[in-house]
Design a protein around this ligand. Sequence first.
Ligand code: HEM
Length: 266
Amino acid sequence: ISRSCSTKENVTMSSKGGARIVVDDDDEMLSPTDLSELLADGTKESHDRAENCQFVKDFLRGHIKRELFKRGTAALYFVYTAMEEEIEKNKDHPHIAPIYFPVELHRSEALARDLEYFYGEDWEKQISVSVGTKPYVERIREVGEKDPVLLVAHSYTRYMGDLSGGQILKKVAQRALKLPSTGEGLNFYQFEGIHSHKGFKQLYRSRMNELELDVETKQRIVDESNRAFGFNMMVFSELEEIGKSIKEEFQDPGFGHSHAEVMQGG
Ligand code: HEM
């Protein structure tokens, strides 16, 4: 399984320096040395690459097979279970406590309900950690045990992404897979404890920025986030490969969101 899904290889991670103070569109003061800014800048290239994975592009166009969606949901279940267990173990750690939002963010129970919908009551017996997901899960466990500050990177990579593109993905999946409007099978995308995604992302960014971290640790967090993007791309590549050997057609050709449309949605 290749680590990268896109054609762009050897991307250099750039981060712009300078003592510039910027005011974002919400009038909040941000410095380029704030972790939220370092992460946004330092993972831009990874984000571009993730969006260009074939699996991701197909998904956005509504080209998603039910079997692949089920497997993707199972992969996420193992990832979030590991991440949330490690966060739970470290919830009193000074670098984790400020970004500990179990009620608002945690997804493993929502994913379990989705898996029960797709696989039935004995869903747990039917799923296992795939080859492409295993290194991701193992890295999360390792970080949780040896270097918990890096859990900040794993949380950021997944939760901020879920709060950003998630609503579009939910609509695409709902229509392509003809899932009920009640939201069954799509609990993962529904953050019941968050009313404003934008507002919550601002709170989360400000909590990350209030963590007491030296420059070196901030850089390690950015690096770990890029690793997390890489792990996600490994999962996408694996799903893409599996998709090639599945006969089933996606159910609603002609439907989908263009990338430009999604990027405007925020
Ligand atoms: C942010 C779209 C895939 C992680 C965003 C934003 C958009 C977006 C529009 C900006 C939201 C804002 O400005 O507030 C998409 C689309 C994707 C995709 C269309 C393809 C389906 C991913 C993947 C990941 C990810 C695969 C990682 C697993 C993130 C993160 C942010 C983000 C961490 C927050 C960036 C920041 O403000 O620091 N995404 N995304 N995204 N996305 Fe994605």
